[in-house]
Design a protein around this ligand. Structure first.
Ligand code: SAH
Length: 370
């Protein structure tokens, strides 16, 4: 049998893998053993999974495989940031970025090939949308980075946080993203604490509610403006889910999570959304729920109409938030020498026109379903 008809075990979270082993006529406990090999020891060759019997190893080899994505290009920045261009089938590629800091290491993971939401200041948007990533392609990004970094869960943990902030809108690929986040948090998977796995969304209200029911992860919301008029020009999805509705969904999300706060991302663009008046409006909104604001100086990319705000303007904006009692941080720009900063991930997205039309239809369906 070749790989195309074999099952990729990275597509299963723990429940899925146990079911798969049951279907093979094996004790589901074997699934737990295999998970430890895959995610703790980063082993993808059944031959080396030595505590499985020889006949089980042979059987697994015949029907399944552990298939992380192929690394096409890998680049290190002078600041320690590392970026992988990973090949997806059909000539597509997505990007994954590792950002080391003194007290933590964050991996920024992609959820789709391209993105269909057309935020006007994001480079991924210029690529159009091709398709959703599979669970294997999402968790596979963590696997590839962990292997490269020598990450060992529970011991030398180089990846302490994962953020679903790479290419794509994670809530548009709901099931696969949730399964992959289950694997990130599972003790037999990468064993990360729930609050260290963050999903960032441009604001799909029904899917925020659905997420709240099925996964206990941190939520980040790409806000970027404090009025609907301005937000709609930056994040077109705002037409469907205006700020008021979005913040109500955020309030519902924290309601059942006593210590949780929502992180609001706010990319600062010169003369667009960086004026003191905007900051004051933002303070009013943020006071209505447990929140903090991540200010991201705009990262330019070829062909963009926007510019980064001046450092003084950024400092003033932050000061107004802080004086208004809002916790706000300026996200340091990392990895911009290798185009790995927020909003600069492009990957390689083929065949996007046809798929974009298909995607718009799916956005319609998904957003009307709830
Ligand atoms: N689609 C999801 C996940 C992407 S997260 C979301 O929108 O939340 C990436 C973050 O970087 C988002 O907050 C996005 O709005 C922001 N971003 C996009 N382009 C940017 C740019 N050019 N400069 C700075 N931040 C940008």
């Amino acid at each position: 049998m070749n790989d195309t008809v074999k099952t990729n075990l990275l597509d299963f979270d723990r429940d899925g893998l146990r079911e798969f082993f049951s279907r093979l006529g094996e004790n589901p406990y074997r699934a737990d053993q295999v998970m430890k090999w895959i995610y703790h020891r980063l082993e993808n060759d059944f031959e080396r999974m030595t505590d499985l019997g020889k006949s089980l190893r042979a059987k697994l080899d015949e029907v399944c495989y552990v298939g992380p994505p192929n690394t096409l290009v890998e680049k290190g920045s002078t600041d320690g940031t590392h970026k992988w261009l990973l090949g997806m089938n059909g000539g597509n590629a997505i990007e994954t970025v590792y950002i080391p800091e003194p007290t933590r290491g964050t991996l920024c993971v992609s959820s789709q090939v391209g993105c269909g939401l057309n935020c006007t200041f994001c480079s991924t948007a210029t690529q159009g949308f091709n398709r959703n990533l599979s669970t294997a392609e999402i968790i596979g990004q963590v696997w590839v980075a962990a292997k490269y970094l020598g990450n060992v869960p529970h011991q030398q943990r180089r990846i302490s946080n994962v953020v679903m902030m790479g290419m794509g809108e994670p809530l548009m690929n709901f099931d696969n993203v949730v399964a992959a986040m289950n694997l990130m948090r599972d003790d037999l998977g990468f064993g990360l604490a729930s609050k260290r796995v963050t999903l960032s969304t441009s604001g799909l209200v029904p899917q925020i509610d659905k997420l709240s029911e099925v996964a206990d992860v941190s939520l980040a919301v790409s806000l970027h403006a404090a009025t609907d008029e301005l937000r709609t020009t930056l994040v077109p999805l705002n037409k469907r889910y205006p700020i008021k509705q979005l913040l109500e969904a955020c309030r519902r999300y924290v309601r059942d999570r006593p210590r949780a706060t929502i992180t609001f991302e706010y990319t600062l663009m010169k003369g667009i959304n960086d004026q003191p008046e905007q900051a004051r409006r933002l303070v009013k909104l943020m006071r209505t729920l447990p929140s903090k604001v991540n200010l991201i100086p705009f990262n330019p990319f070829p062909g963009t109409q926007y510019e980064r705000s001046d450092p003084e303007t950024i400092a003033r904006f932050k000061q107004i938030l802080n004086e208004g009692g809002v916790l706000a941080m300026v996200r340091r720009t990392r990895g911009d020498d290798i185009d790995a900063a927020c909003g600069q991930l492009k990957g390689q997205v083929l065949d996007r026109t046809r798929r974009s039309a298909e995607f718009r239809k799916r956005v319609e369906e998904a957003t009307h379903a709830a």
